[in-house]
Design a protein around this ligand. Structure first.
Ligand SMILES: [Zn+2]
Length: 357
């Protein structure tokens, strides 16, 4: 009798939890090497007046500067601080006691993206070389679930993503750099032509073309999980071009706003899609001009941030004084948002509970 009533209770709980969860689609966006310092503090007034890093200080000051932190960060990231902050959650403001870190010991791209998607900061993943990732990733796991097969797609600027996500094994659609876009969708031919004619200022296709390829794919194929990986911020920071780093960040924020508006205009996505935004690694501080760089030799470049917004994520805004979070929790969080329990053969840890219903 006790057994029966317990099963009825657990069945009720399952139904209740399922009914509670509204997320049916997930969109993930990453900004490569985007510092939390600018996300939460806006432009750094010391770096914008340094002619070595900012050629036209006056113009950048006019665009992005402000009398306080909240004005500055909103000028640089209008969507994050105008919309997402009202409707979602932002983690990573260390000035307010919100710490998010890489768990991997390397603090550069491949180990970071591996950690995001496999949840496993494997110390053997230690280079940016085009090595096939041996570990199952959460996008691959979702693609195997009923109703999701063939409904998971990734668009990236950096041409290492087919290897990081191991598209040959995972079976998910990955379109990177100048992979021709053989898709039957309006606008695709134009994007395809433009990526081959682009002057490629960072030696891969510009982020805006990665974005348009992803957006047009979304409209035509209606994936349930879409990942867009931007890259320009990292490249311009390495080049010591603080002005261009800021402009790329601002433009990526605008593309995310356009993406969110597109999602909310489509019945398949409206009010049933969660948006998750993060980065692969941080960068150094302005002291000793280390903001241009990252890696285990650069202090603080393991400091990252996470933003989330959707029908199941409470509108808590900027999170303060939260327990330490790690990048590896994103993998299990992605699965949990869609109601799945990501349990690969490698070790993973619990999702970020506060993002979930
Ligand atoms: Zn880098």
């Amino acid at each position: 009798m006790k057994k029966i009533s317990l099963s009825i209770i657990s069945l009720f709980c399952i139904l209740f939890v399922t009914a509670q969860r509204k997320t049916q689609n997930l969109v993930i966006v990453t900004l490569d090497g985007m510092r939390w310092q600018e996300i939460f503090g806006g432009v750094d007034s010391a770096i914008i007046v340094n002619k070595k890093f900012t050629r036209d200080s006056q113009q950048i000051t006019k665009f992005f500067s402000g009398s306080d932190i909240s004005e500055r960060r909103k000028k640089l990231f209008p969507f994050l601080w105008g919309t997402l902050c009202q409707q979602g959650q932002l983690y990573g403001n260390r000035w307010e006691g919100s710490n998010v870190n890489n768990a991997n010991p390397y603090w550069f791209s491949y180990p970071g993206y591996n950690e995001i998607f496999t949840g496993y900061p494997d110390s053997a993943i230690n280079s940016n070389n085009k090595n096939l990732n041996p570990h199952e990733n959460v996008l691959e796991f979702i693609n195997k679930q009923s109703g999701y097969n063939g409904k998971v797609a990734a668009f990236s600027t950096w041409d290492c993503f087919p290897y990081i996500l191991n598209k040959w094994r995972s079976g998910i659609y990955v379109n990177s750099d100048v992979d021709s876009i053989h898709l039957n969708a309006p606008g695709m031919q134009l994007v395809n032509d433009m990526q081959f004619l682009s002057p490629r200022p960072i030696d891969v296709r510009p982020d805006v073309l990665t974005y348009f390829a992803g957006r047009e794919y979304l409209k035509a194929y209606k994936p349930k999980v879409l990942y867009i990986a931007f890259d320009e911020t990292d490249d311009f920071a390495h080049g010591g071009m603080y002005d261009q780093y800021l402009k790329s960040a601002h433009s990526e924020d605008a593309m995310i706003a356009d993406l969110w508006n597109t999602l909310q205009s489509m019945p398949e996505y409206k009010n049933c899609t969660t948006l998750l935004i993060t980065c692969d690694h941080g960068r150094g501080d302005k002291i000793k001009e280390q903001w241009t760089s990252h890696g285990s030799h650069v202090e603080g470049s393991n400091q990252i941030w996470i933003a989330a917004m959707g029908p199941d994520t409470k509108p808590l805004g900027e999170i303060k004084n939260n327990p330490q979070l790690y990048q590896r929790q994103i993998a299990t969080t992605i699965a949990a948002l869609l109601g799945f329990n990501f349990k690969p053969s490698h070790p993973v840890i619990e999702p970020i509970q506060t993002i979930l219903p």
